[in-house]
Design a protein around this ligand. Structure first.
Ligand code: PMP
Length: 357
């Protein structure tokens, strides 16, 4: 037994949709995990069918076909890419590959929980930098920059706030970070970003060799159930990461689905446009009701709600599952994934009802 693991709490995915529907005896609208309710491109079905005949063989262990089209998009080579069983696995691989016990990692909070868990598992030391006003201010991290810092996790746009930092802010910061520090820039929600001053990581990753970009097919591409993500960085970093990658970590269907989904730009553009329209509609509707809703560049919104656990319970009884923020230390907030238009009224009516009594 390792003592570092003693205080870790296993990730609790909660009940599955089916289990919850059975328990409550009604259909549930699940808006708790920032999955895309638009689903993946309908083109997938035919492609996946062909692959069913190949399931007795191991997947392509190099992920070559998928990596080639991603590399083309990034203007880089396959040697700059590493595939993961979701971006989550890459976070764990990064700490396994680059962090020795007791080495220091900066994590501005609140943010995605996997970073802290991955650091703890390998015995790293977390330097948590709590952020004011629920937005990551990179300047607040500068006083913590020393040559002993091995890694910095930055989520942009940030989960659970939906807020972002600009290219100017990021570049100012990158210039101050020493070459020996790896900066992990998690861009899981980038597809939903509309802000023009958002950082262009395709450019920055070529300029800063200590930058690692994380992307996922779980959000806008609608493939959370298949688990595909990837890291982009300098060849040297990727070579090290590949050493800790479990064999065949991305399965045959996942590779094929990501390959097809990545190329259906028309479908992706529609999903993104509709998600952003719905997000802005919800913010416009909820704000005049006296609710504080953070401006968001993602497929979710964070709402300030007093008695949020009570409201959460009521919403669940009404058939809508959203995310409590207690584990993020945000007691008075609920995070809601943006659903397609056909669920708009249901969500707004239920919210009004559950807030009102
Ligand atoms: N990064 C962030 C910021 C996330 O919110 C999530 C999932 N919610 C992940 C990474 C993990 O994504 P994946 O499904 O690709 O493991």
């Amino acid at each position: 037994m390792r003592s570092k693991i003693d205080n870790l709490v296993p990730y609790d995915p909660g009940l599955t949709l089916e289990q919850l529907e059975k328990k409550l005896g009604k259909p549930i609208l699940k808006l708790a995990s920032n999955e895309s309710l638009w689903g993946p491109t309908p083109k997938l079905k035919a492609y996946l069918q062909n692959n069913l005949e190949r399931l007795n063989f191991y997947p392509d262990g190099t992920g070559g076909k998928l990596k080639n089209i991603l590399a083309e998009f990034w203007g880089l080579s396959s040697s700059n890419l590493c595939l993961g069983n979701g971006a989550d696995e890459l976070i764990f691989m990064l700490t396994a590959a680059f962090l020795d016990p007791c080495e220091k990692v900066i994590i501005p909070t609140p943010t995605f929980s996997s970073y802290g868990i991955a650091v703890t598992i390998v015995g790293g030391q977390i330097i948590e930098v709590p952020q004011k006003n629920l937005a990551i201010k990179l300047d607040s991290l500068v006083p913590f920059l020393t040559p002993e810092i091995k890694m910095i996790f930055l989520c942009n746009p940030n989960n659970p706030t939906g807020t972002y930092f600009s290219e100017k802010e990021l570049e100012n910061f990158l210039k101050k970070v020493g070459e020996e520090t790896l900066i992990i820039l998690d861009e899981a929600y980038i597809d939903y970003v509309q802000a023009e001053n958002f950082p262009c990581s395709r450019k920055l990753v070529k300029k800063y060799p200590n930058l690692v970009i994380l992307r996922t097919f779980s959000k806008a591409y609608g493939l959370a159930g298949l688990r595909v993500g990837y890291a982009v960085s300098a060849t040297k970093t990727i070579r090290q990461l590949e050493k800790v990658r479990p064999p065949y970590n991305v399965n045959t269907l996942a590779q094929e689905a990501a390959y097809v989904a990545f190329q259906d730009k028309k479908y992706l553009t529609r999903v993104i446009k509709e998600t952003c329209e719905e997000r802005e509609y919800l913010i416009r509707e909820l704000t005049p009701k006296g609710l504080r809703v953070l401006s968001s560049q993602t497929n979710f919104i964070l709402i300030n709600i007093k008695n949020s656990p009570v409201v959460w319970e009521k919403l669940k009884k009404e058939g809508i599952l959203v995310r409590k923020m207690t584990s993020f230390g945000l007691e008075d907030w609920l995070r809601i994934t943006v659903p397609p238009r056909k669920f708009r009224e249901q969500l707004l009516i239920c919210l009004e009802k559950c807030l009102g009594n």
